[in-house]
Design a protein around this ligand. Structure first.
Ligand SMILES: NC(=O)c1ccc[n+]([C@@H]2O[C@H](COP(=O)([O-])OP(=O)(O)OC[C@H]3O[C@@H](n4cnc5c(N)ncnc54)[C@H](OP(=O)(O)O)[C@@H]3O)[C@@H](O)[C@H]2O)c1
Length: 281
């Protein structure tokens, strides 16, 4: 039995990872933000799974989680940095608070948790897995903050991989395309709020962009893959003898990844603009 900490395990990808690893017989420390989510996990998982309150922006909770795992006499064979939110809007009008919130959760939070858990990962020569996104390779209009956070995750995981190599600690990033989780409904509700809060002239100027965003959210939600696919990649990243540096998950992600590798910027962006249907003013 190996022990793994997963952040953001209340729903979606984090939950699928937690339940898969629990089914495989591992000890899962599952980070959640409410007692209600902790109880839900207790009800469906084995008695091995330990839900822990962990908001990745709360330094005291991060320290408590590290202390609790140590107090159990345990170490971590893996850390899965999964917690995340997706914020966006027209950059011209987006408040700096939105940027701070986005980067605080998706970037600083992952770094804070990783720093605190490394002393528990080091003795096992464990693994650190970041849940990035194909949005860390190819940006989407109106999702600037989210994409920036995922581009940052690519850089952080690469730098950390070099730094920890001497100790045999492998760091990798999982890059899913659209996955069927609560993030899409949250995204739609968030887009409603952003649109409502925009000044009238911005709503008018960005009407076509906003319509494309809604269409894209609906389409991706319909075509999204099962979170279990990501959980399978995470299992490989954590426990295979030959873990990869990157796991691209989903057909859409593989196509986008090939577009980035195979096409120069101008033709690629022209294709994306044409698909999105946004025309020059
Ligand atoms: N779904 C996709 O299509 C997709 C594609 C590529 C990458 N991803 C990435 O996959 C990860 C999981 O997303 P998901 O799709 O599974 O969405 P989700 O169902 O909304 O799950 C997000 C998780 O993050 C948690 N979270 C949010 N803010 C947090 C904070 N401050 N501290 C700790 N936990 C926090 C949420 O907890 P609460 O329930 O308490 O809010 C929830 O458990 C994210 O990093 C996301 O960017 C998703």
């Amino acid at each position: 039995m190996k022990s793994v900490l997963i952040t953001g395990a209340s729903t979606g990808i984090g939950r699928a990872c937690a339940l898969r690893l629990d089914r495989l017989g591992h000890r899962v420390y599952a980070g959640v933000r409410t007692e209600q989510h902790a109880q839900q996990l207790r009800e469906i998982a084995s008695g091995r799974l330990v839900p822990l309150l962990l908001d990745v922006t709360d330094q005291a909770q991060i320290a408590d989680v590290a202390a609790r795992i140590s107090a159990d006499g345990d170490e971590l064979a893996g850390l899965v940095n999964n917690a995340g939110i997706a914020l966006g809007g027209p950059l011209e009008y987006l408040s700096l608070d939105i940027w701070r919130q986005q980067l605080d959760v998706n970037v600083i939070g992952q770094i804070a948790v990783t720093k605190a858990m490394l002393p528990l990962v080091r003795p096992t020569q464990g693994r650190v897995v970041f849940i990035g996104s194909i949005s860390g390779k190819i940006a989407t209009m109106l999702l600037g903050p989210y994409c920036a956070s995922k581009f940052a995750i690519e850089a952080i995981s690469e730098a950390l991989r070099y730094e920890l190599h001497p100790w045999g600690i492998h760091v990798c990033v999982v890059e899913p395309g659209a996955i069927r989780t609560a993030i899409w409904e949250k995204g739609r509700r968030y887009a409603d709020r952003v649109e409502k809060d925009l000044p009238a002239e911005a709503r008018e100027a960005y009407a076509a962009h906003l319509a494309v965003l809604r269409k894209t959210l609906d389409m991706q939600d319909r075509q999204a893959a099962d979170p279990e696919k990501v959980a399978k990649a995470v299992e490989h990243a954590l426990f295979s003898r030959r873990p990869k540096t990157r796991y691209v998950v989903g057909t859409d992600a593989r196509i986008q990844s090939a577009l980035v590798r195979g096409l120069p910027d101008k033709p690629r962006e022209a294709i994306i603009r044409r698909i999105a249907g946004v025309r020059s003013a």
